[in-house]
Ligand binder design. Structure first.
Ligand code: HEC
Length: 243
């Protein structure tokens, strides 16, 4: 065995071939699971894409580095399922570019935070986490309630997401800016367009309770309320088989 290695090291071409063989075994082990991706990713017929307001919120989540303290991936372990809810499925991240699974939990996992709290709770919490959770060490994001959301380029964001495979239609892209304003203003004509394009279940609300302007706070809360709720398939699976 060692004799073979000794001889191989003295034969440059043989050694290169041996390196290629070993490296390609590693490569194959990494790539092979992708051949079965069609069978391993669950089917979710009720899955919808993020609305423009939710895309904007997701971009803010990325910009602020929320993923540095929060994961969005519940593992198939009993303590996780009992604490956070149904474990995450691959299909739930299919529209996430980039994915935000994260690897650090200074704060809790957020994969099931959608619908867990009211909009008012999120606004109060983001304005000053200590007001609702006294022992919290999460930073405050007060300025978001003041900062107007930039909506005019949201069509471009949707178009970019379409380029990487998301099923946004031309109509969704053309109306992106209006749909973002409509989702945060339930009593306007623009709100109806959001339901037509993204489905009746889309959450249209005055997220930060301020009618006069659409702020970054509206977008971030709209996003938080849909995390883990683009499809309900995970909620329909039995959870009692986890270890
Ligand atoms: C320095 C780490 C840190 C950062 C950065 C951070 N958080 Fe947190 N977050 C925490 C901690 C710790 C908690 C638990 C205490 C609390 O609820 O405030 C928490 C709790 C939360 C909760 C409540 C979760 C639950 O299930 O109770 C939400 C929602 C949340 N954070 C959202 C965000 C968002 C959105 C951002 C980015 C704008 C963010 N966090 C950035 C540390 C952080």
């Amino acid at each position: 065995m060692f004799n073979l290695h000794y001889r191989l090291e003295r034969n440059a071409i043989g050694f290169v071939v041996a390196i290629l063989v070993v490296a390609s075994i590693g490569g194959f082990v990494e790539i092979a699971p992708l051949f079965t991706i069609d069978e391993t990713v669950e089917k979710a017929p009720d899955m919808r894409v993020y609305t423009p307001l939710e895309v904007a919120g997701r971009n803010i989540y990325i910009r602020e580095g929320c993923y540095a303290c929060h994961s969005q991936m519940i593992r198939t372990l009993r303590d996780e399922v009992e604490r956070y809810g149904p474990y995450s499925l691959a299909v739930e991240s299919q529209y996430d570019h980039p994915m935000l699974w994260g690897s650090k939990r200074t704060g809790p996992d957020l994969a099931r935070v959608g619908g867990k709290y009211s909009n008012d709770w999120h606004v109060a919490h983001l304005n000053n986490p200590r007001d609702v959770v006294p022992e919290s060490n999460m930073p405050a994001y007060r300025w978001m309630s003041e900062k107007l959301l930039r909506t005019k380029d949201l069509g471009g964001h949707l178009a970019a997401l379409r380029d990487v495979g998301l099923p946004y239609t031309d109509e969704m892209i053309a109306n992106a800016s209006n749909d973002a304003i409509g989702q945060a203003n339930p009593d306007t004509d623009l709100a109806a367009g959001v339901a037509t394009r993204y489905g009746d279940k889309t959450y249209v609300a005055l997220f930060d309770a301020d009618l006069s302007k659409v702020t970054e706070m509206d977008a971030l809360v709209a996003y938080l309320q849909v995390v883990g709720r683009l499809t309900e398939v995970a909620h329909q699976l039995p959870q009692d088989e986890v270890e």
